[in-house]
Design a protein around this ligand. Structure first.
Ligand SMILES: [Zn+2]
Length: 205
């Protein structure tokens, strides 16, 4: 990260009215997004993070230009949801939480999940399951979805716990979940259905 450049941006922003100013962390995250967007120009294809960000920026700007024109509650909600989606795709979950008319709480939980230490997990116990004569430990974690994280500057797994609802957004999910995700990816690439998850765990144990 070019700190001189960040300092220059902070200095320029110090003249703006307070509601338009962004703090250092926000500016650094924006710079990573700008780098990703620049990197995508002139290339034939975009990676998932670049596609998400590009779509997020488009939705945000459409919503921001439509919002001053809303004429009723339905219009307002539609644009709020569009803006939320645009912010969410850019990894701006705190802002999205403030905008969405009804799902602020779940967006706040994702914002908290991004802030957590990457290796943090809940205390839920593993369960023992017998698969074809072999006892394996099953951890209650699953991938809710992939999200763009401004903290990491890349797509990460939003990992949830089926037992307690704990969430962590991390590039490094628990080993067992990684084995399952790798198997999903391999079967998607090969265009064939995946073996049952227990079977994957049985052979990776
Ligand atoms: Zn748990």
């Amino acid at each position: 990260m070019d700190q001189a450049r960040i300092n220059g941006i902070l200095k320029a922003q110090s003249t703006l009215p307070e509601f338009l100013r962004r703090d250092r962390a926000a500016i650094e995250a924006d710079e990573i997004i700008q780098d990703l967007r620049r990197a995508s120009f002139g290339r034939g294809h975009l990676n998932l993070a670049e596609r998400q960000i590009a779509r997020g920026v488009t939705l945000e700007s459409i919503a921001l230009s439509n919002l001053p024109l809303v004429r009723n509650e339905d219009d307002l909600q539609r644009e709020q949801i569009r803006l939320t989606e645009g912010l969410e795709l850019q990894g701006r979950f705190d802002e999205a939480a403030q905008v969405h008319p009804s799902e602020g709480e779940s967006l706040r939980m994702i914002a908290d999940a991004v802030r957590r230490d990457d290796s943090e997990v809940c205390d839920c116990p593993v369960t023992q399951t017998d698969v074809a004569g072999k006892s394996i430990e099953i951890h209650p974690s699953y991938e809710v979805k992939k999200v763009y994280s401004r903290k990491h500057g890349q797509m990460v797994s939003l990992v949830g716990c089926t037992a307690c609802g704990f969430l962590n957004a991390t590039p490094d999910p628990p080993d067992q979940l990684q084995a399952i995700l790798r198997a999903h990816e391999a079967s998607a690439v090969a265009g064939r259905p995946m073996a049952h998850e227990y079977e994957v765990l049985r052979s990776s144990n």
